[in-house]
Ligand binder design. Structure first.
Ligand code: NDP
Ligand code: MG
Length: 392
């Protein structure tokens, strides 16, 4: 059957998810067509992608001099900032928006795209953590789909398809445990940026790799799962599974458990979010290499990994608490990557920000949530300014 290729706008095109998505899209030109590409400041990489994929819109987070845009394809328009991102997600022929920019600056354009009925292939979990209520609601009202790209959530989505929500007992969210799974707290205090960036199973952008080392990533994913699948945090349990073969499981009330498995390759969940309900012939190696060794499962240690406990507390509190958690974490991770704080300071700073941020308890508008995000960033900034830079 001949059908029109789906138009895809990619936010975060130059990042780890964006490039994996473009690898998939590039292999199926009869299925997908790139309509817009957005990045932060990496003009050169974005231009190289534009040359290859010929989108009608290119977006950068801030204006650049025309002299830096040499080589721009003649039919490609360049736009900037949040307004530009709105134009990008609305580019002619866009059916799917891949939300894979880091941070939360894409929240309004992604909500607008969801409200306009476009499929949102969501990698950017921070958007759901901060403003899940508004994104889920916009997608419902718009009549499009909100499909997970995060591997665990893609697994849960696949394990839930065809089942009744009321039959679900709980979700078992798997975690690799990160590079410090077996480290003591004392040793983690001395962890370097290079240590924390050495993820054992997945290759990803820097921020999410640090989040995987603190287990904050799993905390954010728990909140992401709560929004995507409509379950309370108390019914989402984290299971440490260092081999990263089982991507998550769903336990049903009859005692049966459905898991989804696969190699640690983000092109699989990205491809599924783009092609759902069909599957692309990606023809990867499958799990052949994993069939010999043992697969293990254990409980996370919340004492050594307090970030996970903080995420549960924020999720139970609801309202603007997850937005505060997310904002504080983003700034603390940035400070750690810049060598300004120790690895173990990340969770301490998030906890302190949650305790001291003064923001209204209202979370009934997107603006109230954005205000809480701004208040938390200000508070984290103050806390960071009082911290002594660690030596050696
Ligand atoms: P990267 O750091 O590799 O890439 C981030 C992307 O966002 C880059 O294209 C970057 O552009 C762009 N960007 C940065 N700032 C802005 C801005 N202000 N406006 C618009 N775009 C911006 O991140 P990842 O690809 O690893 O992760 C992206 C998202 O996907 C995150 O939310 C992460 O949690 C999520 N995710 C990632 C997974 C992975 O395997 N990597 C797995 C599951 C979820 P530039 O190059 O110009 O800086
Ligand atoms: Mg994940």
């Amino acid at each position: 059957m001949n059908r029109k290729p789906s138009g895809v706008a990619i936010l975060g095109a130059t990042g780890s998810i964006g490039l994996n998505a473009l690898d998939v899209i590039g292999r199926f030109p009869d299925r997908f067509r790139v309509t817009a590409l957005c990045a932060g400041k990496n003009v050169r990489s974005l231009l190289a992608l534009a040359e290859k994929f010929r989108p009608s819109v290119l977006c950068l987070c801030e204006p650049v001099a025309p002299s830096r845009l040499k080589g721009l394809p003649s039919r490609t328009r360049v736009v900037f900032g949040e307004e530009g991102m709105h134009e990008a997600v609305a580019a002619k022929g866009t059916d799917i928006v891949l939300a894979a920019a880091s941070g939360v600056s894409s929240i309004r354009p992604v909500i607008a795209a969801a409200g306009a009925g476009k499929r949102i292939a969501l990698a950017n979990k921070e958007l759901l953590v901060m403003a899940g209520k508004f994104l889920v609601e916009a997608s419902r009202l718009g009549g499009g789909e909100l499909l997970p790209v995060d591997s665990e959530h893609s697994a849960i989505f696949q394990a839930i398809e065809g089942h009744r929500r009321e039959d679900i007992k709980r979700i078992l969210l798997t975690a690799s445990g990160g590079p410090f799974r077996t480290w003591t707290v004392a040793r983690m205090r001395t962890a370097t940026v290079a240590d924390a960036l050495g993820h054992p199973t997945w290759r990803m952008g820097a921020k999410i790799t640090i989040d995987s080392a603190t287990l904050m990533n799993k905390g954010l994913e728990m909140i992401e799962a709560a929004w995507l699948f409509g379950l309370p945090p108390s019914r989402i349990d984290v299971v440490v599974h260092p081999q990263s073969v089982v991507h998550s499981m769903v336990e049903y009330r009859d005692g049966g458990v459905i898991a989804q498995l696969g190699p640690a390759d983000m092109r699989i969940p990205i491809g599924y979010a783009l092609s759902w309900p069909g599957r692309l012939p990606l023809d990867g190696p499958g799990i052949a290499n994993h069939l010999q060794g043992a697969w293990t499962f254990g409980k996370p240690d919340m004492r050594r990994f307090p970030a996970l406990a903080l995420a549960y507390t924020a999720a139970e509190a609801g309202g603007t608490a997850p937005a505060v958690l997310n904002a504080a974490n983003e700034m603390a991770v940035e400070a750690f990557l810049a060598g300004r704080i120790r690895f173990t300071d990340i969770a301490r700073i998030v906890a302190r920000t949650i305790e001291t941020t003064r923001c209204g308890s209202r979370s009934d508008t997107l603006q109230a949530v954005l205000d809480a995000d701004a208040a938390a960033r200000e508070e984290t900034g103050c806390i960071l300014s009082r911290i002594r830079i660690p030596r050696g």
